[in-house]
Design a protein around this ligand. Sequence first.
Ligand SMILES: N[C@@H](CCC(=O)N[C@@H](CS)C(=O)NCC(=O)O)C(=O)O
Length: 332
Amino acid sequence: MGILAAALLLAPPAQAQGILAQVKARGHLVCGVSQGVAGFSMPDSQGQWRGLDVEFCRAMAAAIFDDPDKVRFIPLASPARFTAVQSGEVDVLARNTTWTLARDTAAMNFGAVNFYDGQGFLVRKDRNIAEVRQLDRATICLQQGTTTELNLADWFRAHGLTQSVVTFANSEQTLSGYESGRCDALSTDKSSLFGERLKTADPEAHVILDELISKEPFAPALRQGDDQWRDIVTWTHYAMLNAEEAGLTRENVEATRKAPASPNVRRILGLEGRYGQDLGLTNDWAFRIIRHVGNYGEVFSRNVGEGSALKVPRGLNALWTQGGLQYGPPIR
Ligand SMILES: N[C@@H](CCC(=O)N[C@@H](CS)C(=O)NCC(=O)O)C(=O)O
């Protein structure tokens, strides 16, 4: 009995194990996503999760398991998403979530920004509204538990204007509130407005204003206190950026790996160095990401960009070499 008790005392509690070890032991990643934002995370007609955030988690699963399907997606409403991270219900939250100081210090960490956005407005075309200030005294529909709610109040106050807000628990209700005429405008991240507009009965009857009233850098969130997991979350995005910069795609990566052109490409593909092992993964971790999911430009295009129905311009999300903000630190 004494020996058993001593052994139990010595055995580390499950929580003391790093998140990577827990994920490996479980055999799949648990990824928090939104309940449905077109282009970011939404189930398709077969019930398969699709979108930029979904692909981020598939890239993590590719790096860890060499299998992008080893992910369980948990749809989370805006107000519920952070508790799910803090409590360990999800290993990572990849969900159009703005990185803010308050969230970063609330027992969470953030990975790299995988989408730079800002808050915008959807209005009826026949209202002839071109600027946000024309929404003085307007009623705005938006979602609870978001930065959207906070920014809106700030912006109107700072500009000496007034508004009334009607808040809803999810994006479906927000859109139907707007469509039923309860509000003059719907406000959320501009990237979400592209999809919301397409969901209306007559998309041509609505316009997205050009103006943005805030900075919304979206980054994956994870719980605080696990540096290795934080590195894996962060470098998953950087691997996809480095791949794009080096011209590595889902199509060409296998052939390129057989005859890699440069030392940089050799390092990305795990043929030189032990960068993957140092992350707790295998040295071909980035090769796995590129082979199964692709580079950032490919993922952007097919989910939200030119290759998708949304046609979101690349804008700030272009690589730094193309005038954008997406900049992957070197793999070396
Ligand atoms: N980026 C903002 C807003 C994110 C957000 O939750 N947006 C809503 C409106 S598009 C959403 O994702 N709704 C879908 C859902 O609740 O599942 C934040 O981080 O607070």
